[in-house]
Write a protein that binds this ligand. Structure first.
Ligand code: HEC
Length: 115
């Protein structure tokens, strides 16, 4: 066998060990995980009144420097809203300690209230 043939054989072995057609499992982001859950609007209403209403108002209209969520939520994608809620923004605190299910419920509530 020539060196070149050996190289070709090694390459074939490598390719054979790496089967095509198999979809590798892509790691998902936390936001993708949350959006894959089914949210409960009633539970989400409780998450909202406990964590958000003090600043954004029970009805979401905000005021006194707090954004009006009835306008802002429909203008943002779910990904954007979740990023703000999880990481915080400016003087808004982060709510990343809420569970994925709590956040899915919260999104379901806000989408239902402010479509
Ligand atoms: C301590 C007061 C406070 C609490 C509690 C709070 N927020 Fe906020 N939120 C703010 C402020 C202030 C801003 C504006 C931040 C900025 O743009 O600098 C904001 C911005 C936002 C925005 C972006 C609006 C825009 O104009 O871009 C969303 C969406 C939002 N809040 C949702 C929520 C949700 C949902 C909760 C409950 C989980 C929550 N907030 C709790 C104060 C608060």
């Amino acid at each position: 066998m020539t060196t070149r043939a050996l190289g070709a054989a090694a390459l074939l072995t490598l390719l054979a060990g790496c089967p095509g057609g198999e979809t590798p499992t892509e790691p998902t982001t936390r936001i993708e995980d949350i959006l894959a859950l089914t949210g409960d609007t009633t539970a989400g209403g409780n998450v909202y009144s406990t964590n958000c209403a003090t600043c954004h108002g029970a009805d979401g209209t905000g005021g006194s420097g707090f954004p009006n969520l009835t306008v802002e939520v429909p203008e943002h994608t779910e990904e954007q809203v979740l990023t703000i809620v999880i990481d915080g923004e400016g003087t808004m605190p982060a709510f990343g300690t809420l569970s994925d299910q709590n956040l899915a419920d919260l999104m379901a509530y806000m989408n239902a209230e402010w479509p």
